[in-house]
Design a protein. Structure first.
Length: 317
């Protein structure tokens, strides 16, 4: 028998002063009330109530047990209220995992989130590779590209293309590639956590991807390290346009091979369960989606425009 239900029934018997009154209050039969109390007494091997036809009295054991039950049931009510509150309004700490290039995009989202929900806070963990959300205790991941793990819920929020670029000083010294095949003659700085691996970059040829082998004297799991290396003229780098827009505007980096579109990637919200998603997770995803809808992913800097396959002519590779 449900121990909590039996405890609640026992407390109601004491509070109302009898089995019949408790049965009416709980919408149970008197026999069901008696069964609950007897179940507790059997479990405890002790009498909780002295009863006759007119009244009931707590035994010494019953008095101690009654007081403890009151505290337990009060704690249970409080726990349910806390859980309902967390489910209905963002509260507590949102544990967020994200890709290394994402924090700058998420900074305004986080600021708006904690401004709207002062009882909430955000703990950001940045990793090159996807973490195990359940094992590592994360509520949400926002990553590019998203994981292929089919057990997780994935909500795509935006799409973008990569772009190859280099510093003017490097291009003046080594020349500007005119075709992806020309990359074999260049120092290509590679991101080791790329879904392609560190030994190739991929361009679109019609509706298929064409892998172009690359070589270079720097491999890193930090997109920032590669960007800084490109800025000082060490070599060419391939990265998300949204990470490089400011450098393009200032002329510190120059996009190249723009007539050869690169593969399209998604930024996605990733979380463990579709049902009963906590309010802090739902609200943060919705705010992120709203913010990303305001980003001009295709035209906010010099980069080949983001297109759906078939909407623009591809240049043969």
């Amino acid at each position: 028998m449900d121990r909590i239900a039996s405890m609640m029934t026992f407390v109601k018997v004491v509070d109302t002063g009898g089995f019949t009154a408790a049965a009416r209050a709980l919408n149970l039969s008197p026999s069901a009330v008696t069964t609950h109390v007897q179940s507790l007494e059997g479990r405890l091997s002790a009498r909780l109530l002295n009863r006759n036809t007119r009244k009931i009295n707590l035994t010494e054991v019953g008095q101690a047990y009654y007081e403890r039950c009151l505290r337990i049931l009060a704690d249970l009510d409080q726990a349910e209220q806390i859980a309902e509150g967390l489910q209905s309004k963002p509260r507590g700490t949102l544990r967020l995992n994200t890709s290394p290039v994402m924090p700058s995009l998420l900074a305004p989202v986080i600021a708006e989130f904690v401004g709207l929900y002062p009882e909430a806070s955000v703990h950001v963990n940045v990793t090159g590779r996807m973490v195990d959300l359940l094992e590592d205790g994360f509520d949400l991941a926002l990553r590019h590209p998203p994981t292929a793990d089919s057990s997780l819920i994935i909500r795509r929020l935006a799409s973008y293309r990569l772009v190859v670029c280099g510093a003017p000083e490097y291009l003046a010294r080594r020349g500007t590639p005119q075709h992806p095949q020309d990359l074999a003659q260049h120092n290509c700085l590679s991101y080791v956590d790329s879904p392609w691996g560190a030994a190739e970059w991929r361009f679109l040829n019609a509706d298929t991807e064409c892998a172009i082998p690359i070589v270079g004297n720097l491999q890193a799991n930090s997109a920032e390290a590669l960007r800084h290396a490109a800025l000082v003229g060490q070599g060419l780098v391939c990265g998300p346009k949204f990470m490089l827009c400011e450098e393009f505007r200032m002329g510190q980096l120059v996009p190249i091979l723009t007539e050869f579109p690169m593969a399209e990637f998604s930024i996605a919200a990733i979380y463990p369960h579709r049902q009963l998603v906590p309010a802090k997770v739902r609200s943060f995803i919705d705010l992120t989606a709203k913010h990303f809808r305001g980003v001009d992913w295709a035209n906010d800097c010099a980069n080949p425009p983001l297109v759906v396959h078939g909407e623009r002519e591809r240049v043969a590779i």
